[in-house]
Design a protein around this ligand. Structure first.
Ligand SMILES: [Zn+2]
Ligand SMILES: [Zn+2]
Ligand SMILES: [Zn+2]
Ligand SMILES: [Zn+2]
Length: 428
């Protein structure tokens, strides 16, 4: 019994001493240990801790959390406890802010000031830069696939979308991934939230005011999510249509720029047909086009182009290529566009990349479509229709069309799924 008491006593004493020890060490550590930053000098930002957002993006300077996307802010409340760490963190944050400020200042002087004059700050323009594109944007947020997308995320979404359009284009002409538009360096996408901004930007940057969109010098696209309605009033368009418009026009710009800009080198059927081809390939439908003649039919017949062109081809009602060679953009009817799209489809499905590349190179060199068919595909321009038709009547034939349409639908669905994933992965 006595023994038990002694052990019990000892036990109590030990526990009491241990408690005192803890209290003591706690008391001492409280002087040295900063609970805010664990003595790192950096307070974790809960929003960006796991989704650090670096790179050239002016939105980072406006993040309400104040962390610039770094994932932490400087701990100045505990500065006395860890002066060195705070100083190091402050230096790192300052360096980052200065780099962003220098980027933004450069862009503002080049664009915001030029487009809007001294009052440019009223327009709240943001700038981001990616691998192949620079974006100037006042774009608004939206809800896409039921997911809220902030203006910042919208800007990045279009950056991703442009990069992917580039990948598709690069596959067509075998451009390497590190290809850069030259001599300008990176394509420019100017995305505006109002028609007024778009018109000003188009006027200043492109030298004309094609409403509501302008492209220029194979390196710059200005666009806004509006279009003129039948009374030439502004009508807002949704993100899907805007996406189509950006892709359609970016593809124009990429073809124009690749191998050097040569004004008027492409026959209009090829200019439109190549953009239609990429758009149809991605979305399995066509919503975007340049010029007005085909507008009504394009809106009504935006899908299943294989069946439509097959019907024309089998009845020999497809417009002859020779009749399209000197046709102006605004004169391209819906059937001209179908044929244009399908000739590009034929080129992409049957010819080699080398042939396609030589076709474009010769157009840039000679501006002669006849030369291009000869040098690229080793056929006379007068032979193209027959060769195309032989292929088209098999490719789009009723007995194979269901399989083809299924493949197209599966690809388009995968593309939508990919868009949803992309939206979910956008920076905060
Ligand atoms: Zn601290
Ligand atoms: Zn950003
Ligand atoms: Zn943050
Ligand atoms: Zn076009």
């Amino acid at each position: 019994m006595m023994m038990f008491h002694r052990i019990f006593y000892l036990l109590i004493l030990t526990v009491a001493l241990a408690a005192a020890n803890v209290a003591f060490s706690n008391g001492e550590d409280a002087v040295k240990y900063c609970r805010l930053c664990k003595n790192t000098g950096k307070i974790i930002c809960k929003i960006h801790e796991k989704t650090v957002h670096l790179g050239l993006c002016s939105y980072r300077m406006d993040f309400p959390c104040g962390c610039l996307g770094l994932g932490w802010t400087v701990c100045d409340k505990g500065e006395e406890l860890h002066p060195k760490e705070t100083a190091a963190a402050r230096e790192e944050a300052d360096r980052e802010r200065k780099a962003l400020e220098a980027f933004l200042d450069g862009r503002r002087n080049l664009y915001d000031l030029l487009i809007f004059g001294r009052e440019f700050e009223k327009e709240h323009i943001q700038h981001i830069e990616g691998e192949h594109f620079k974006e100037i944007t006042t774009v608004r947020g939206d809800k896409l696939f039921k997911i809220p997308v902030s203006p910042h995320q919208m800007a990045h979404l279009y950056m991703f979308r442009c990069e992917e359009a580039f990948t598709t284009f690069a596959g067509m002409v075998e451009a390497p991934a590190n290809y850069q538009p030259s001599p300008y360096g990176k394509w420019q996408l100017l995305m505006w939230s109002t028609v007024d901004q778009e018109l000003k930007a188009s006027h200043k940057m492109v030298g004309n005011t094609q409403y509501p969109l302008a492209t220029g010098n194979a390196r710059l696209l200005t666009i806004c999510p509006f279009k003129p309605d039948s009374n030439n009033r502004e009508e807002a368009i949704d993100d899907e249509e805007n996406f189509h418009n950006v892709i359609h026009n970016m593809v124009h710009i990429m073809f124009e720029e690749w191998g050097g800009f040569v004004d008027g080198c492409f026959p209009w059927w090829f200019y439109e047909g190549s953009s239609h081809w990429v758009e149809y390939r991605l979305f399995n439908r066509v919503l975007s086009y340049c010029g007005g003649e085909a507008a009504k039919e394009l809106v009504a017949r935006d899908k299943k182009w294989e069946t439509l062109i097959y019907k024309l081809a089998i009845e020999s009602k497809d417009p002859p290529l020779l009749s399209m060679s000197n046709m102006k953009m605004q004169d391209l009817t819906f059937n001209h566009r179908l044929k244009s799209w399908s000739i590009v489809d034929w080129m992409m499905n049957t010819g080699t990349k080398k042939q396609f590349i030589e076709f474009i190179r010769t157009l840039k060199r000679s501006k002669s479509e006849g030369n291009s068919w000869r040098d690229g595909y080793e056929i006379a321009i007068s032979e193209v229709d027959a060769k195309w038709k032989e292929w088209a009547l098999v490719m789009y034939a009723p007995r194979t069309i269901l399989k083809l349409e299924k493949e197209n639908e599966a690809r388009a669905k995968a593309f939508v799924d990919h868009q949803i994933e992309l939206i979910k992965s956008l920076p905060q």
